[in-house]
Design a protein around this ligand. Structure first.
Ligand SMILES: [Ca+2]
Length: 275
């Protein structure tokens, strides 16, 4: 009986701590744990890191491999990556927010490969570093300015940053480039910033940017967006500052043509937001 009362109290506590904020189910514990989780892959490509290497990547940046709980906390606020990575204690998995046929076997949650006996297997990495938010992370605020790592100094070689934005359901994300200077080459093969109109860097490719011309504003079709910045092993540049602001969906009458306050924004075709 006492156990039952205790359990009820525990449930009540949990219920109290949960709630919707900005259209996203929040839990203060999740938020605290989630702020600082990010995905890393080897500069040479996907699935190239052994457990020891994955650990070293996170530690090099001042963090450590994320725990399963930290990854799940990040997932709860919109962290969705379609790539299996090492977590603490030799566990491998990846966070799926939106079920899709090509990723996560149509399920949501942490796709968990369990604790690997063979630590020489090669995967990506999930790091946790609450003090290293400059290069990547999940953002649910209604506005924020992303800076390239080290800004206003030049960014360093061999950076890979993923910024995931998720705003209130029914809103769009308006990206505005404030400063932009990334090593220039014709096809942006060396260093680049990529924008995706989706949770991840698989779907919804919008564009790849380099050079020092300010790209036009971009407005998402839904309430999520992903930015990926990658620099190679030589030549750096000034970096960038990019602001996003959550905006309400335009009214039907002005759909696609609403440029009154957006300037020459690239309005992506309308699409329903993601819950
Ligand atoms: Ca470079």
């Amino acid at each position: 009986m006492i156990a039952l009362i205790f359990f009820s109290a525990l449930l009540w506590d949990n219920a109290q701590a949960w709630g919707f904020k900005d259209g996203v189910l929040h839990n203060s514990i999740w938020l605290e744990r989630a702020a600082g989780v990010y995905h890393r892959e080897s500069r040479s490509g996907k699935y190239r890191l052994t457990y020891a290497e994955a650990k070293a990547v996170c530690e090099y940046e001042g963090g450590h491999l994320a725990t399963y709980q930290q990854l799940e906390a990040a997932r709860k606020i919109g962290f969705h990556v379609c790539a299996a990575g090492w977590m603490a204690k030799g566990r491998v998995g990846y966070p799926i927010v939106k079920a899709g046929a090509n990723c996560g076997f149509g399920r949501t949650g942490i796709v968990d490969y369990g604790i690997r006996l063979n630590r020489s297997e090669r995967w990506d990495a999930y790091c946790y570093n609450p003090n290293g938010k400059e290069c990547g992370g999940v953002f649910t605020d209604s506005k924020h300015v992303f800076k390239s790592p080290g800004y206003p100094n030049e960014y360093e070689n061999e950076q890979i940053c993923y910024w995931h934005i998720r705003v209130k359901y029914g809103q769009r994300i308006h990206l505005q480039f404030l400063e932009f200077d990334v090593e220039d080459d014709t096809a942006c093969m060396a260093d680049f910033l990529e924008i995706y109109d989706s949770y991840d860097d698989i779907n919804g490719f919008v564009g790849r940017f380099c050079g020092d011309e300010l790209p036009d504003d971009i407005i998402s079709t839904g309430n999520v967006m992903t930015l990926k910045f990658l620099s190679d092993s030589s030549v750096t540049a000034g970096g960038f500052q990019i602001r996003y602001v959550a905006v309400d969906m335009p009214s039907k009458s002005g759909d696609g043509k609403n440029t009154t306050s957006q300037g020459k924004a690239n309005f992506l075709p309308g699409k329903f937001g993601i819950m």
